[in-house]
Design a protein around this ligand. Structure first.
Ligand code: UD1
Length: 416
């Protein structure tokens, strides 16, 4: 167990290297199960979610080894996982279903866990697999899919990121052509598609609402460098918007962050494309309105960091969360620091205040934890962010070191 000790910090200045994207790496790791050859993932982020998924892939018979700057996976002797613990620990583990089913004709996992930010059903994943010809049955808290897959037309009721990824992977080895309609368009889906194509898959339309997959009999090994983490970059941009100063986010790509960049500009923060990254300059001065949406709308994963910004920005900011039904848990924690926030169902209204004061707060989920660290940077005195669930390290590699390198006063304290 760890907590983060955060003290009021001067304006952040300097350069922050942005790591490879957690949400791109996790599906890509699952995609490695689609071949018995070596798949080399370059510069994987040092996150506990990556470690947990590596352990699950090993339970699926995948051999893994860590090289200096790469993770090499080889799923020659693939099988269904016997040990449930890793699946229960993380939501993204549901992404092994598609590859297992496509290669073995059978997949079984317990119903997955993950962040406590809503119900997070997997009905769209299962509906799609069933359209591809799988029989779906539930027993003892798990789900089993069996059958040889054939191409089909699948219409998703909502553009689910995970369902689009899972179905895209399953369809790569199905017989015939699959069309996924109302697909999600996130950059991580485009990266997964390009990765699968580098293994010999035939996919077109990733990044649009219709993805077409022409099944092939086998896929081969590859080497892949995943895209930079737009959510880590966005979180750091919010840190700058809170403290003022100037940050170069090395590796960040403006085209993946348009919605955040527009909102920060509306708030008075300057953002410029710079060689090798993105430059963020100055503090947020005006309030803003945020409606979370599927890509290219404002990402739900940046709602909490932006709420931390709103707490210190003069005027009234409004948040509407449309993706998850229970994603304002950080509001009560921010209020302990003196923030003025009113939550009604899926709406939060934030009155900016000139002062926050340090307190003991709890990271209720991954992005909430990051938001509390950011708020602590501009709260008088010391803020202790308790992270019993280890949420923050699931998605931010060395957040304390990265912030410290640009002047942030943050320490991670391991507790016995
Ligand atoms: C992914 C991201 C997560 C991000 C989310 C939304 C990864 C590993 N995680 O999660 O960081 O917050 O996208 O951008 O990439 N839904 C259903 N049925 C389904 C699937 C989803 O009702 O079968 C609902 C969910 O409950 C949620 C919404 O659809 O309300 C979006 O979920 P989805 O896009 O699937 O998110 P994840 O892939 O789980």
């Amino acid at each position: 167990m760890a907590h983060y000790a955060v003290r009021e910090s001067p304006p952040l200045r300097g350069e922050i290297p942005i790591g490879t994207s957690k949400n791109a790496v996790l599906p890509i790791m699952c995609g490695a199960l689609l071949t018995g050859d070596d798949v080399r993932i370059e510069k994987p982020p040092q996150l506990t979610d990556v470690t947990t998924l590596t352990s699950l892939l090993r339970a699926c018979g995948c051999r893994t080894h860590q090289e200096e700057d790469a993770l090499v996976l080889r799923a020659q002797a693939l099988c269904n996982p016997q040990d449930d613990a890793d699946v229960r620990r993380m939501r993204a583990s549901v992404l092994v279903l598609g590859p297992l089913l496509a290669r073995l004709g059978e997949a079984r996992i317990p119903l997955p866990g993950g962040c406590a930010i809503g119900q997070r059903p997997i009905d769209q994943h299962l509906k799609g697999m069933s359209a591809l010809g799988a029989r779906v049955s539930f027993d003892h808290g798990g789900v089993t899919l069996t059958g040889r897959l054939r191409g089909a037309v699948i219409y998703l009721d909502m553009p689910s990121v995970g369902a689009t990824e899972n179905l895209m992977m399953a369809a790569t080895l199905a017989e015939g052509v699959t069309r996924i309609e109302n697909a999600a368009k996130e950059p991580e889906i485009v990266d997964l598609s390009a990765f699968l194509c580098s293994m010999g898959a035939r996919i077109s339309g990733a990044g649009t609402s219709t993805v077409t997959v022409e099944g092939v009999p086998v896929l081969h090994g590859t080497s892949w460098l995943p895209i930079a983490d737009r959510i880590e970059a966005g979180t750091m941009a919010c840190a700058c918007a809170l403290t003022g100063g100037e940050l170069l986010l090395r590796g960040a790509r403006a085209e993946h962050l348009r919605s955040l960049l527009f909102k920060l500009s509306e708030a008075g923060v300057h953002i410029q494309d710079a060689p090798g990254g993105l430059r963020v300059l100055g503090r947020a001065k005006q309030p803003f309105e945020i409606r979370t949406m599927v890509y290219p709308g404002f990402p739900t994963d940046l709602q909490a960091p932006m709420m931390a910004v709103a707490c210190r920005t003069p005027g009234t900011s409004v948040f509407l969360e449309t993706i998850f039904e229970n994603r304002f848990m950080h509001a009560a924690e921010l209020a302990r620091l003196g923030a003025h926030i009113r939550v009604e169902n899926r709406v939060a209204v934030v009155e900016g205040t000139p002062f926050l004061t340090g307190a003991r707060v709890t990271a209720t989920d991954l992005r909430a934890g990051a938001a509390l660290i950011l708020a602590g940077l501009c709260a008088e005195g010391e803020t202790t962010v308790c992270d019993e669930g280890g949420h923050i390290a699931r998605g931010y590699a060395g957040i304390e070191e990265k912030l410290r390198a640009v002047g942030g006063r943050v320490e991670r304290v391991e507790e016995p």
